[in-house]
Unconditional design. Structure first.
Length: 80
């Protein structure tokens, strides 16, 4: 019996970082294949919440902010 193995990958990238290297990488991942490419704006909430540890930290910070127990002073890029 022949079973076809399908491979799927999702790339999250800022459009500022798009380059010809991305296309070359896709060609290497799927040599001599027909691929389907869908472009859509990413749901950043889903991506952020995919990490349970980061989600817990984020929820605690939101709760601290809502209860005014602590002022959050970190910038977004310092949280990652």
């Amino acid at each position: 019996m022949y079973k076809q193995i399908s491979m799927e990958t999702t790339i999250h990238i800022n459009t500022d970082n798009l380059s010809a290297d991305i296309i070359d990488g896709i060609k290497k991942m799927f040599p001599h294949k027909t691929v389907e490419i869908t472009i859509q704006q990413a749901d950043e909430t889903e991506y952020i919440l995919s990490d349970p540890e980061y989600t817990q930290d984020l929820m605690e910070r939101i709760e601290e902010y809502n209860t005014k127990q602590k002022t959050i002073t970190e910038k977004a890029d310092e949280l990652i």
